[in-house]
Design a protein around this ligand. Structure first.
Ligand SMILES: Cc1cc2nc3c(=O)[nH]c(=O)nc-3n(C[C@H](O)[C@H](O)[C@H](O)COP(=O)(O)OP(=O)(O)OC[C@H]3O[C@@H](n4cnc5c(N)ncnc54)[C@H](O)[C@@H]3O)c2cc1C
Length: 310
């Protein structure tokens, strides 16, 4: 029997959707509810019972009355370590959010356990051994990784799995005290949301992105209008961000954001491998480009070949 810990985060009153997606992945792997504990990291969790109760699992552990100093990664790492030491899981799943991709390697280093980062799926064989599947070399290859340490950590890319919404399960919540020192060498002074307008790229169901072929920043106003009509988020290629037409927070790709929307619309993006590394997990790609040979058409399900202005 497995002892699986799913770590999730509550930012203010926003429960990150990653927990629901990880539970869905575990459901696909036929892991039973008895094997799963969800550990939630956040501020003053005892007052947020109603939010935690929405998680479709049978057991939650959370620290009561903690001030995480704006989700300071050093503090979250201490809290997560204490849950791990109590529970002694043999598998840990974390969603690859900004906080998750910071936390997973810290735990792996601290406990000397193996980690599959940017995991897109997990396979299980008849011996109940798990294999993490992740993209490598800018998304050009897929690697299958077996972890050989006593506890395995999987940091799973968001939005690859649908959320689990089982209304029949209601969790029992265990609040635990953190008795050690929460002093850290760093202090988070302020958190600023980089994209205050519109949907977050990582959360959007539809993303429309523009590339260098748009010729300047002005056409992004048109993309904004289309995005508003479609309830979509706007993204860009690195060429666009490097040119200063859009802020780097809009960049999709290897050195930008990973997105996994249902529909990814690209306009005048050539589809370089470094760009595709951040979007190849989109369910449907539809592209406009004037070059019939553009790499983007290798991944696009539908393409319109021609000048985007038409
Ligand atoms: C280490 C490294 C990391 C990188 N990370 C990233 C990353 O995270 N994200 C990223 O995007 N890139 C990244 N890049 C850059 C990447 O290699 C490409 O240079 C970049 O993606 C190209 O952007 P683009 O498609 O907008 O521009 P281009 O490659 O110049 O493509 C423009 C496209 O527009 C089309 N076009 C031109 N005019 C029109 C028109 N009027 N109508 C229709 N189509 C038109 C052209 O046919 C062409 O296909 C990285 C590169 C390196 C080396």
């Amino acid at each position: 029997m497995n002892k699986v810990l799913v770590l999730g985060e509550l930012n203010g009153n926003d429960l990150d959707n990653g927990v629901f997606e990880l539970l869905s992945l575990l459901n696909n792997l036929n892991v039973s509810n008895e094997e799963i504990t969800v550990g939630i990291l956040g501020d003053n969790l005892q007052a947020k019972d109603a939010i935690l109760k929405q998680i479709p699992c049978s057991k939650i552990v959370a620290h009561s009355n903690i001030d995480t100093n704006n989700l300071n990664p050093n503090i979250l790492s201490k809290l997560a370590s204490s849950i791990v030491e109590d529970l002694k899981p043999n598998k840990i799943l974390i969603s690859k959010t900004n906080l998750g991709q910071d936390l997973a390697p810290r735990l792996a280093f601290k406990f000397d356990w193996g980690l599959v980062n940017d995991c897109l799926d997990i396979e299980k064989n008849e011996n109940n051994d798990w294999t993490g599947i992740r993209p490598i070399f800018g998304g050009n290859f897929i690697s299958k990784i077996n972890i050989k340490t006593s506890t395995e950590i999987y940091c799973v890319r968001p939005k690859v799995f649908d959320s689990l919404t089982d209304k029949t399960i209601s969790p029992e919540i265990e609040y635990i005290q953190f008795t050690d020192d929460l002093e850290t060498k760093t202090k988070v002074l302020e958190r600023i949301n980089e994209q205050s307008e519109g949907l977050r790229l990582e959360d959007a169901d539809i993303v429309i992105a523009g590339g260098r072929g748009l010729g300047g920043p002005e056409p992004f106003d048109t993309l904004d209008e289309i995005a508003e009509l479609l309830n979509a988020a706007v993204g860009a290629s690195r060429a666009v961000c490097d040119a200063g037409w859009m802020d780097h927070s809009y960049q999709i790709g290897l050195t930008g954001k990973d997105i996994s929307p249902n529909l990814y619309l690209t306009v005048a993006i050539s589809g370089a491998s470094q760009h595709m590394a951040g979007c190849s997990n989109s369910k449907h790609i539809v592209s406009i480009d004037k070059n019939v040979e553009a790499n983007i058409f290798n991944d696009a399900e539908f393409g319109a070949i021609g000048d985007w202005k038409n």
